[in-house]
Design a protein around this ligand. Structure first.
Ligand code: HEM
Length: 124
């Protein structure tokens, strides 16, 4: 098994991960039914997001947190998201970059969760 080396590898990770997300009961509902995500648009954007994190390509310049505030996300959904992300990474890759994306996914997921808590998103 190799490490994440290039864009092709990131594409494989992103496509496999969101394949699982789409089939997950809660996450699939949020992406497909609630948000009606256009996968042909979302997947390349997520490849850009991770390629920027791993290889500083400068291809993603968005502000992702604000896209999540209208979504009906519950605290436990972050755990499902992160579990699927690590499971997929471990299935496909081994190495420093694989460890790094999991570490960043954990940090960002936890930062989103804290911000949502502070914004009162989980009340009621
Ligand atoms: C429960 C967890 C999560 C759910 C349900 C979720 C759901 C979504 C949905 C539905 C969108 C599309 C929004 C739109 O286009 O209007 C989106 C966009 C995005 N998400 Fe998440 N997300 C979650 C966690 C995360 C985490 C932890 C990260 C980062 C590691 C992340 C990164 C992004 C990025 C970069 C975008 C694109 C934003 C843009 O359009 O610039 N998401 N997410």
């Amino acid at each position: 098994m190799t490490d994440i080396r290039n864009d092709e590898d990131i594409k494989k990770l992103v496509h496999t991960f969101y394949g699982k997300v789409a089939e997950h009961e809660r996450l699939g509902y949020i992406f497909n039914d609630f948000a009606g995500v256009d996968w042909d648009h979302h997947l390349p954007k997520m490849v850009d997001f991770w390629s920027n994190i791993l290889f500083q390509t400068g291809r993603y310049e968005g502000r992702p947190y604000r896209k999540h505030t209208p979504l009906p996300i519950k605290p436990e959904d972050f755990k499902s998201w992160y579990d699927l992300f690590t499971e997929t990474t471990d299935e496909l890759f081994r190495g420093e970059n694989a460890e790094y994306v999991k570490e960043m996914a954990a940090k960002i997921a936890s930062a989103f969760q804290v911000r949502m808590e502070m914004d009162g998103k989980f009340e009621g």
